[in-house]
Write a protein that binds this ligand. Structure first.
Ligand SMILES: Cc1ncc(COP(=O)(O)O)c(C=O)c1O
Length: 398
């Protein structure tokens, strides 16, 4: 071996004394084989081994196996397969690319994440899809559509919804979808598997922007698609991810795994803090309405109590003096950060109509309650007195 070649050897001793406690980060685009026979067997699918990191890699699979256990925790009957993507949007678009065909129809909840609406509208234009944006409280209307339009391929829901914080009945919606032989997907980002396990309620596909609570620190992008039809996940979705190159990079997957270790603890504190902040805001004279599922005054409180373990870390509220007052509030805040994301240890605030839901047509925003005056707060796990003190000083400056 030449001197210069020494640096290319990665054969670190692994037997005997190197036993890393935390999962190593596998920053390798390819994997090597001990023989051409082994390589052929792996490529033919006769033996399992990693091939190329666009297909799969150990950091992604570690997270996938964990999320499968988390999403089915508490049930012996439900089986699922999870695939990790480079973002929540990559997971959503992979579901569409694998399932939806030109000419299909979709029933979509009207008040969902803005970029999901933007994506679905683009896909509808490109592939000639028929879209029904509906209020998912109105189960009769959903049933009438399912009865009328036999081409509905997917019912798409998000609960709790972003940013109106409504809760939708997953058991009832799944039963309806299955009665008419179609499938149902739910975006479970706001709840995380700690608070809500939709597969157990009969949902076919669960989506996570794991950029949010699952990572928990705002340190990387990733998304998950979990499906109970393991053959469809292993063949159709897996192929789309491989061909599109939309798998999560090893470093982001590694950070996601680190974040997941503290999910339970973080979610408990997010819920405690959000409840305290919601109650405090509700009593403030400058605030006209607080949307938080933990408040008994919320119309979906009873359903959330039944469907979820607790009420989550995100709330939204309306200022009595409308958007101008909300804008002033966001300018005055010092501790809470003005930014588009959610689900991190830090408290984040944003204005949906001009930020996360800017791409949703105005009429649709207004129809589904995403008003110009709505402010969204993702309550972090800091000392709650610091969060409330910041809100108080900002509200006092209005
Ligand atoms: C509910 C919800 N779903 C999906 C997404 C998209 O996830 P990502 O930003 O990881 O692509 C977001 C992002 O904010 C979201 O809030």
């Amino acid at each position: 071996m030449k001197f210069a070649s020494i640096t290319s050897q990665d054969n670190a001793p692994t037997e005997g004394y190197i036993m890393p406690h935390t999962a190593p980060l596998y920053l390798s685009s390819t994997y090597i084989y001990e023989s051409p026979e082994k390589a052929q067997a792996v490529f033919k699918g006769k033996e399992k081994a990693y091939i190329y990191s666009r297909w799969s890699h150990p950091n992604a699979e570690l997270v996938e196996r964990k999320i499968e256990e988390m999403e089915t925790f508490g049930s012996k009957d439900v089986k699922c397969r999870a695939l990790l993507f480079s973002s929540g949007m990559a997971a959503i678009s992979a579901l569409f690319q694998s399932l939806i065909k030109p000419g299909d129809s979709l029933i979509v909840q009207g008040n969902i994440y803005g970029t999901t609406v933007d994506y679905i509208n683009h896909a509808a234009q490109q592939f000639g899809l028929k879209l029904y944006y509906e209020d998912f409280k109105k189960l009769d209307k959903i049933e009438a559509l399912l009865k009328k339009d036999k081409k509905v391929k997917l019912v798409y829901t998000e609960t709790p919804s972003n940013p109106t914080i409504n809760c939708y009945d997953l058991r009832a919606l799944s039963a309806l979808a299955h009665k008419y032989k179609t499938r149902i997907a739910v975006d479970n980002t706001f709840a995380s598997p700690y608070l809500q396990r939709p597969l157990i309620d009969g949902v076919d596909f669960v989506i996570h922007s794991s950029t949010k609570y699952l990572n928990g620190h705002g340190s990387g992008l990733s998304g998950l698609l979990v499906g109970s039809d393991t053959t469809f996940m292993d063949k159709d979705v897996w192929t789309i991810r491989k061909l599109h190159g939309s798998i999560c990079a090893p470093f982001d997957a590694w950070m996601l795994n680190m974040g997941m270790k503290t999910l339970s603890l973080r979610m408990q504190q997010h819920c405690i803090n959000a409840m305290a902040v919601a109650k405090w805001l509700q009593a403030h004279k400058a605030v006209s309405k607080v949307n938080y599922l933990g408040l008994e005054s919320h119309p979906d409180h009873a359903l959330a109590k039944k469907q979820m373990k607790d009420y989550g870390g995100v709330l939204s509220f309306e200022m009595k003096k409308g958007y101008k007052a909300g804008e002033k509030l966001m300018k005055q805040l010092k501790f809470c950060k003005l930014t588009a994301s959610l689900g991190t240890t830090d408290t984040l605030i944003q204005h949906p109509a001009s930020m996360s839901h800017f791409f949703v047509p105005k009429e649709q925003r207004q129809k589904f309650g995403i008003t110009d005056g709505l402010v969204r707060l993702s309550v972090g796990i800091e000392d709650v007195t610091d969060i409330i003190a910041d809100l108080e000083q900002a509200l006092n400056h209005l």
